[in-house]
Write a protein that binds this ligand. Structure first.
Ligand code: ZN
Length: 161
């Protein structure tokens, strides 16, 4: 178990596009395990590789606390509906803001064994998938916030991604 340092807004690694993963290596396996450890340690529900300084297209998500999902080279292939709600990010500590996202998304990806998988989700899971995939393109949610960023804790339902 290893906790990696979470990069924060202002660190240029968060604004760069990530590269696709072409093969699983022991290093990447360790990275994925560390990303899960780091996400749980920070009480986040999602984490993208650039948040720990690695420019690879890998995200981990767990919206329930007992169902970790590893998505490598993820792509959204379907989305519908709309949800507007509070969103936070482990890389923007202490803040949250209102962001509109699709209410349903379906994505394709590879899992940690490099097998093709399809995932779909609504509400928080859909929000998490969109938020984490944005990280892989160097986009932070603060660019999509409607209105002002506020201090975290203003809403009951906010989650850090
Ligand atoms: Zn984030």
């Amino acid at each position: 178990m290893a906790i990696r340092k979470i990069r924060e807004i202002g660190d240029s690694v968060l604004n760069k596009p990530c590269k696709e993963v072409t093969e699983m290596t022991p290093r990447i396996k360790t990275l994925i395990q560390d990303m899960l450890d780091t996400m749980y340690d920070a009480y986040g529900v999602g984490l993208a590789a650039p948040q720990v300084g690695i420019l690879k297209r890998i995200v981990v998500i767990d919206t329930t606390g007992e169902d970790p999902m590893v998505l490598i080279n993820p792509k959204i292939i379907e989305m519908s509906g709309e949800q507007t709600g509070s969103e936070g990010c482990l890389s923007v500590p202490g803040k949250s803001g209102t962001v509109t996202r699709p209410n349903y998304v379906k994505a394709t990806a590879l899992n940690e064994n490099m097998e093709a998988i399809e995932v779909e989700g609504t509400e928080l899971l859909a929000r998490a998938i969109c938020h984490e995939l944005d990280h892989l393109d160097g986009v932070l949610y603060v660019e999509k916030v409607e209105g002002e960023l506020v201090s975290a804790g203003s809403y009951e339902d906010e989650e850090e991604l």
